[in-house]
Design a binder for this molecule. Structure first.
Ligand SMILES: *[C@@H]1O[C@H](CO)[C@@H](O)[C@H](O)[C@H]1NC(C)=O
Ligand SMILES: *[C@@H]1O[C@H](CO)[C@@H](O)[C@H](O)[C@H]1NC(C)=O
Ligand SMILES: *[C@@H]1O[C@H](CO)[C@@H](O)[C@H](O)[C@H]1NC(C)=O
Ligand SMILES: *[C@@H]1O[C@H](CO)[C@@H](O)[C@H](O)[C@H]1NC(C)=O
Ligand SMILES: *[C@@H]1O[C@H](CO)[C@@H](O)[C@H](O)[C@H]1NC(C)=O
Length: 303
């Protein structure tokens, strides 16, 4: 009886420790090798982004290295330099702009295809939150009565812009000199205006990129809310992965208590409660089994 009396409180201590570790998902990485930083314009940069200047070791994803230029955080993607305008850490998204889009002087002559270079990115997705525009430049023949981009008229040649998915049927490739596509923020396009007049406001606002966790070791490190953060050391010019855990560094992922892993495998919001209920049932059954066992050895009469 006495041993059981101290077992039940012990159960609850264990359960509450488990709960506090389950609820500690929103942990921040340690600040020593994962410092928050700011290029000077008020945008907080933190995990999974990191500052290129801190080269010896860092935490953050490969490919999410930023550098500061004139107080603006810069991302280098497929050799294109993007200015980071804002980062939403809850949505895993950021808004970027490019000088080719911001410095158009209200005449959108864009030289390279942005969606083409972004399609190769294993880290970013540009399809959510944006509308994709397609420009057709210097067309010698075109359907009549479509509004063209007036500032780009060159002799008899005309240039056009459409949203992808709403391009009028025509042999654009056959009659236009060049074509590029560019994402713009969906909310920056004014539905009430003609597309040709609303793009000059939308282009300089940039577009949205959504990042994902790189596959492989980094995904294991972060998986099941193991509270791990992906880190890399950079010795002799090779990148070596490590997982930063509440108890220190590990090679792949954070060690997990058996109970915690069991509850994560249930993989639902109520998993903690299910584990707690399960433990309580086990404890209660155990208690009555013990009680019954004990009573077998005790005299029925207490007199
Ligand atoms: C990020 O690192 C890569 C590889 O070292 C480098 O080419 C790129 O310029 C860096 N990005 C920035 C913004 O410094
Ligand atoms: C951007 O990245 C490319 C390739 O990774 C590299 O060659 C180039 O030097 C980088 N540019 C800057 C300004 O860091
Ligand atoms: C990008 O995101 C959209 C919407 O979230 C999704 O449907 C699409 O499959 C994603 N594309 C890639 C290449 O992951
Ligand atoms: C259209 O062609 C003219 C020369 O005919 C050229 O100067 C101009 O840059 C071209 N426009 C675009 C957007 O490529
Ligand atoms: C790793 O170190 C090498 C030389 O020590 C350097 O050239 C390279 O840019 C570093 N890479 C990163 C991602 O910091």
């Amino acid at each position: 009886m006495a041993s059981l009396a101290c077992n039940i409180p012990t159960f609850f201590v264990i359960v509450s420790i488990l709960f506090s570790s389950i609820n500690a998902n929103s942990a921040q990485p340690p600040t020593r090798i994962c410092p928050h930083f700011d290029c000077g314009n008020g945008i907080t940069i933190r995990y999974p982004f990191w500052l290129q200047a801190l080269q010896l070791e860092h935490c953050g994803y490969e490919g999410l290295n930023l550098s500061c230029h004139a107080q603006i955080p810069i991302l280098n993607l497929s050799s294109d330099l993007y200015q980071v305008r804002s980062i939403n850490y809850l949505e895993n998204s950021l808004i970027v702009s490019h000088t080719e889009l911001t410095e158009t002087n209200n005449c959108p002559k864009i030289h390279h295809d942005f969606t083409l270079t972004l399609t190769n990115s294993y880290l970013f997705n540009f399809t959510s939150g944006n509308k994709l525009l397609r420009f057709f430049y210097n067309c010698t023949l075109y359907p009549p009565s479509l509004p063209d981009i007036a500032c780009l008229q060159s002799g008899a040649k005309r240039s056009f812009v459409f949203t992808i998915g709403a391009i009028p049927e025509f042999d654009w490739h056959g009659y236009c000199e060049s074509t590029v596509s560019v994402p713009v923020l969906e909310k920056a396009l004014d539905d009430k205006e003609l597309l040709v007049s609303s793009i000059n406001k939308a282009l300089p606002e940039g577009f949205k990129l959504t990042w994902r966790t790189p596959s492989g070791s980094c995904q294991f490190c972060e998986a099941f809310n193991s509270n791990g953060f992906c880190g890399y050391t950079n010795s002799s010019s090779t990148e070596n992965f490590f997982c930063i855990c509440p108890d220190g560094r590990h090679s792949i992922s954070c060690p997990q208590d058996v109970f915690v892993s069991a509850s994560f495998e249930l993989n639902s919001v109520g998993s903690g409660a299910i584990v707690l209920a399960g433990l309580m049932i086990v404890a209660t059954v155990f208690y009555f089994v013990q009680k019954k066992k004990n009573s077998l050895y005790k005299p029925v009469s207490r007199k």
